[in-house]
Design a protein around this ligand. Structure first.
Ligand code: PLP
Length: 398
C-alpha cells in the first residue's frame, strides 16, 4: 500500500519534499500508525505543531461541532470564534490587536507589511529596512524568504525582495552597527528553530529591546515555532524579561489546522486600517474555534507545565548521552524545543530511530531536533533515549 502510494505521488505531486517512505493513517496522543499497521512514538509532532498530541478528543469535538454549524462566511462579517480567540491572545500576551492568516509565512508577511506601513503613515517614507538574523527562518513566500538568513532557502528565486539586512544572531554589537535611519524593524526568532535550535545569551534579547527603544525601531518576534508553550512558557519572550512590539504565531496555535496570527501593540496595529491588509480564510470559524480550544486546554490541563517538566527531564537524559559518546558535540534548547548536535551525519540516525518506532527530525545535516507533543511522558522519553543509546553504541563500534 505504501509503495503504491509513493509511486502515485511520484507521478502527480510537485517534488518539493524529500519524504520518508512511510504513509500515516491515524494518530492518538504521542502515537502514530502507518498504513502497514506499524506504530511510532512521535518526537516531531508535525514540526512543533501538534503540541496536544494527535486526535485530542476536545479538539476533535470542537472541530466536528463547528463543522456542523458554520465553516466560513468571509471577513466582511463578524464571527464569534475569531473574536474570542483574538481576545484570549490579547489577554495572555503583551499585544492589543490580532490579525489572522493561514500560515506562518503569512503571519510574517503581515508583520513585515505592518512595520513598513507604520513608518509610512508617520511620513518616514524611506524607513522600510528590516534587520534579520543569519541562520533565521521566516517562511517560503517571496517576502519571508527574503527575510530568511539561509542561502539555501533563497537559492534560485532572485531577485529577492529589497530591504533586508542580516547580522549574526546573539551579537548585539553587530545589530547596533547595522541599524540605520532607514531601519524600521528588527525581526528575529527568540530561539532559532530551523537554524539549529540556537538559544540566545541571557541578556541578549533585553539588549536588543534596548537598542530598538533607543533607535525607535520596532521589534518583531517570530514565535511561530517557539510559541504556544513549546519552550515551557506560553510565549518564549516570557523567559527573557522583555516584550516585543509585534509577534507572529502559527504552527501549534490550532494543533494542526492551518492558522497564522500577527499580534501587535495598539499604536503600531493602528497602521492597519480598513482595506490595508486581508485574507479570505484568515480566522475562519472552524480554525479559530479549534485554536481557542487549544488555548483553553494548554491552561486548564496544565499542558505547558507538563511540557516544561518533561523538557528538563529529556534534556538531562540527552546530556547523559553526551557525556558518554564523543560523537555528540552539544545538547541545547529550552522546554521541548531540544537539539543534539552530532559530529556525524544525522540522517542515518533518524532512519534507524524510525525502524525502531520513533520519529525524530534532523536539521542542518548534523543536528537532531526533538519537538514532541507537550504531553509526552517520561516513559516515552526513556524509550527513545534507550533507542538512541543503542544506535550510538553501534555507530561508535562500527
Ligand atoms: C515554520 C516556521 C515559519 C513558516 O511557517 P509556515 O506555516 O510554513 O509558512 C516561519 N517562522 C518560523 C520560526 C517557523 O518555524
Amino acid at each position: 500500500m505504501t509503495a503504491e502510494l509513493m509511486e502515485r505521488a511520484d507521478q502527480v505531486m510537485a517534488a518539493t519534499y524529500q519524504r520518508f517512505p512511510v504513509a500515516f493513517e491515524k494518530g492518538r496522543g504521542c502515537k502514530l500508525w502507518d498504513t502497514e499497521g506499524r506504530s511510532y512514538t512521535d518526537f516531531v509532532a508535525g514540526i512543533a505543531v501538534c503540541n496536544l498530541g494527535h486526535a485530542h478528543p476536545r479538539i476533535s469535538e470542537v472541530v466536528s461541532r463547528q463543522a456542523e454549524t458554520l465553516l466560513h462566511v468571509s471577513n466582511l462579517y463578524y464571527t464569534l470564534p475569531q473574536v474570542d480567540l483574538a481576545a484570549w491572545l490579547v489577554e495572555n500576551s503583551f499585544a492589543d490587536r490580532v490579525f489572522f492568516g493561514n500560515s506562518g509565512a503569512e503571519a510574517n508577511e503581515a508583520a513585515i507589511k505592518l512595520a513598513r506601513r507604520y513608518f509610512k503613515d508617520r511620513g518616514e517614507e524611506n524607513r522600510f529596512r528590516i534587520v534579520t538574523m543569519e541562520r533565521s527562518f521566516h517562511g517560503r513566500t517571496l517576502a519571508t524568504l527574503s527575510a530568511t538568513g539561509q542561502k539555501k532557502v533563497r537559492k534560485g528565486f532572485d531577485p529577492v525582495l529589497d530591504g533586508f539586512d542580516f547580522v549574526p544572531f546573539n551579537d548585539a554589537k553587530a545589530l547596533q552597527a547595522q541599524i540605520g535611519p532607514g531601519t524600521c524593524a528588527v525581526m528575529l526568532e527568540p530561539i532559532q528553530g530551523e537554524g539549529g535550535v540556537r538559544c540566545p545569551d541571557e541578556k541578549y534579547l533585553q539588549t536588543v529591546r534596548k537598542i530598538c527603544d533607543e533607535t525607535g525601531t520596532l521589534l518583531i518576534f517570530d514565535e511561530i515555532q517557539t510559541g504556544m508553550g513549546r519552550t515551557g512558557q506560553l510565549f518564549a519572550y516570557k523567559h527573557f524579561g522583555m516584550e516585543p512590539d509585534i509577534m507572529t504565531l502559527a504552527k501549534a496555535l490550532a494543533n494542526g489546522l492551518p492558522i497564522g496570527a500577527m499580534l501587535a501593540r495598539e499604536t503600531i496595529a493602528a497602521a492597519f486600517g480598513p482595506g490595508s491588509h486581508a485574507s479570505t480564510f484568515g480566522g475562519t470559524p472552524i480554525v479559530t474555534a479549534a485554536a481557542l480550544e487549544v488555548c483553553k486546554i494548554l491552561v486548564e490541563d496544565r499542558v505547558i507545565e507538563n511540557g516544561k517538566a518533561a523538557g528538563s527531564y529529556f534534556k538531562e537524559k540527552l546530556i547523559e548521552l553526551k557525556d558518554r559518546y564523543a560523537i555528540i558535540e552539544d545538547v541545547r534548547g529550552l522546554g521541548l524545543l531540544l537539539a543534539m548536535k552530532l559530529k556525524i551525519d544525522g540522517a542515518p540516525i533518524v532512519k534507524q530511530c524510525m525502524q525502531n518506532g520513533f520519529l525524530i527530525n534532523c536539521i542542518q545535516d548534523r543536528i537532531l531536533r526533538f519537538i514532541p507533543p507537550l504531553i509526552i511522558s517520561e516513559e516515552e522519553i526513556d524509550q527513545l533515549i534507550e533507542c538512541l543509546d543503542g544506535i550510538f553504541t553501534e555507530a561508535v563500534s562500527s
